[in-house]
Write a protein that binds this ligand. Structure first.
Ligand SMILES: [Zn+2]
Length: 119
């Protein structure tokens, strides 16, 4: 039994630094061959990690280290999606506006007594 909480470390394919999984973006090559971002961190397939940093993405692209990690050719569109993705903290934060737009309505069945007396 270990008393210290183990934080899994992964290496960024861009800067080659080890960071905790939470700080990294997982890129997955799905079993059907599609390369995409895995924001859940749990998608099936071969995974690689990148910092949430455009510089690391650029490095990984230039050095083709992501291609090597995933053992496939990362399509240009993928790098486009990566560049457009919001910064890490935005992904993890729930937009409060979304929550407020779904009001919790209590639906009550019409009271049979009231309905009868109203007639
Ligand atoms: Zn990095």
């Amino acid at each position: 039994m270990s008393l210290t909480k183990h934080v899994p470390q992964r290496t960024c394919v861009g800067c080659r630094q080890q960071k905790s999984k939470r700080e990294l973006i997982r890129v997955v090559r799905a079993p059907e061959g599609e390369v995409r971002l895995d924001l859940s961190g749990k998608a099936a397939g071969r995974g690689a990690y990148l910092c949430a940093d455009a510089q690391c993405a650029a490095l990984a692209r230039k050095a083709k280290s992501l291609n090597r990690s995933l053992k496939c050719n990362v399509p240009a569109e993928f790098w486009g999606t990566l560049a457009e993705r919001p910064v890490h903290s935005d992904v993890e934060q729930m937009d409060p506006a979304d929550v407020e737009q779904t009001p919790c309505r209590v639906l009550r069945a019409p009271d049979p007594v009231t309905e009868r007396s109203a007639r």
